[in-house]
Design a protein around this ligand. Structure first.
Ligand SMILES: Cc1ncc(COP(=O)(O)O)c(C=O)c1O
Length: 409
């Protein structure tokens, strides 16, 4: 046994038939896929759902195929709702997590002086969207400080909530650029106490941890299906609470799917989160997402949440022992994103050297994470993100490759 983390990985592994799950994953043996935070490998049932629908569209026409598969399309909503603990009416499909996020933001009638309270580790595109709102509407963007051990200081964030009464509180559950898991439920408890609108970016946590929107206490939550949920690219979803629906929030550019044109000069938004969707719909993708979420739920989110971060912890621990490697993840809780800097390498050649060994990884740069990388004083890092279907042997392979490259630089 290599370290304590190995023990928990093995314990979790016994809950999952990893060999069977890999057999179900066409890419599993072709590459060492440690880029699940970019995009997970599709499982066979997801691939089948996608391809079958494209074939059906080719054979009978896109509208006709959609009508024939209406029930299966409806399963997208029931599956996602079951995944995150809400009703199907609270779910909207989105073409990306970013689209879900900006559509949600567009529903908030910001005025000059309104405060958006967020963290120093919120996702790059979310931070840019807040700054864009500042430029156009004069909102103020306030960042809660971090705790010394990493991650947002929840008490300090609470004090800022009381001081500013923000129009919106926004937090990213797991940032793209580090293994940090933010205490989104603790933030949510404060938002509920103070009755503040709360938006959570769960893009990296959906499919990695169980998510319960009631426990988190959020009004809005966004995610992609392509990362740890292992769905197709070009997909995501938005959760909209009943409270928000009842209060009449609607996206700025609502369309004929989200609203009824009731009179020449009037429209009425539909009652459900469908008001955040658009009429045109990538049916094959939606069916692929339904299959992916069903698959994740069958594998079991509790087992996934035990194995995946534990496998990453083994990787993180072993990389930290290598000379010239600096592991960058800080926080009370760390998930399946492992980030590190290496001495003596430029980013692209380092990644290319891993690519050449059929090891999939990703790079993050300072401009992805102005606060976090500024604090850590790094310009770039390599990100490795295993999933439950990866193995300890693959961890060995990756650690050996980094060790070999380290000495070769
Ligand atoms: C934390 C986080 N939020 C949002 C996104 C954006 O997701 P999408 O590319 O689906 O818009 C990402 C993508 O990497 C992410 O890591």
């Amino acid at each position: 046994m290599r370290n304590d983390n190995s023990a928990s990985v093995l314990a979790a592994e016994s809950l999952l038939d990893v060999a069977a799950l890999r057999a179900d994953t066409p890419g599993a043996d072709a590459v060492v896929h440690f880029n699940n935070a970019g995009c997970g490998l599709l499982a066979e049932p997801v691939l089948t759902a996608l391809v079958e629908h494209v074939r059906l569209e080719a054979a009978m026409g896109g509208y006709e195929a959609a009508a024939l598969r209406a029930e299966q399309v409806g399963a997208f909503y029931t599956e996602v709702a079951a995944l995150i603990g809400c009703a199907p009416r609270n779910i909207a499909f989105a073409g990306s997590a970013t689209h879900a996020f900006s559509t949600a933001l567009s529903a908030i009638p910001f005025e000059a002086g309104d405060v958006i309270l967020t963290t120093r580790n919120d996702f790059i595109s979310n931070q840019i969207a807040f700054l864009s709102l500042r430029k156009r509407f004069g909102v103020r963007v306030v960042h809660a400080p971090d705790a010394p051990e990493g991650g947002v200081d929840v008490a300090a964030m609470g004090a800022l909530m009381r001081e500013h009464r923000p129009r919106l509180v926004a937090a990213t559950h797991i940032p793209t650029n580090s293994g940090l898991v933010q205490p989104v439920a603790a933030i949510g408890r404060l938002c509920r106490e103070l009755d503040l609108l709360y938006l959570v970016d769960a893009c990296q946590s959906a499919g990695q941890y169980p998510i319960d929107v009631t426990e988190i206490g959020c009004d809005l939550l966004t995610a992609t299906c392509r990362k740890f949920l292992r769905g197709p690219r070009g997909s995501g979803f938005l959760y909209v609470s009943d409270r928000v629906l009842r209060a009449g929030y609607e996206p700025l550019f609502i369309d004929m799917h989200g609203a009824r044109w009731t009179e020449p000069d009037r429209y009425r938004p539909v009652d459900t989160a469908a008001r955040f969707e658009e009429w045109e719909f990538p049916y094959a993708t939606v069916l692929g997402c339904a299959a992916a979420v069903r698959y994740a739920r069958r594998v079991g989110m509790d087992a996934v949440a035990r194995r995946t971060p534990a496998l990453a912890a083994v990787l993180r621990g072993r990389l930290a022992e290598l000379p010239g490697v600096r592991v960058l993840d800080h926080g009370r809780q760390l998930g399946a994103l492992v980030t590190f800097a290496v001495e003596g390498w430029e980013p692209e050649p380092f990644k290319a050297a891993l690519d050449a060994r059929r090891i999939n990884s990703a790079l993050s740069f300072r401009h992805f994470a102005q606060f976090d990388f500024g604090d850590k004083d790094v310009d770039w890092c390599l990100r490795l993100s295993p999933h439950y279907y990866n193995t300890e042997q693959e961890v060995d392979q990756v650690v050996a490759a980094v060790a070999e490259l380290g000495t070769g630089a």
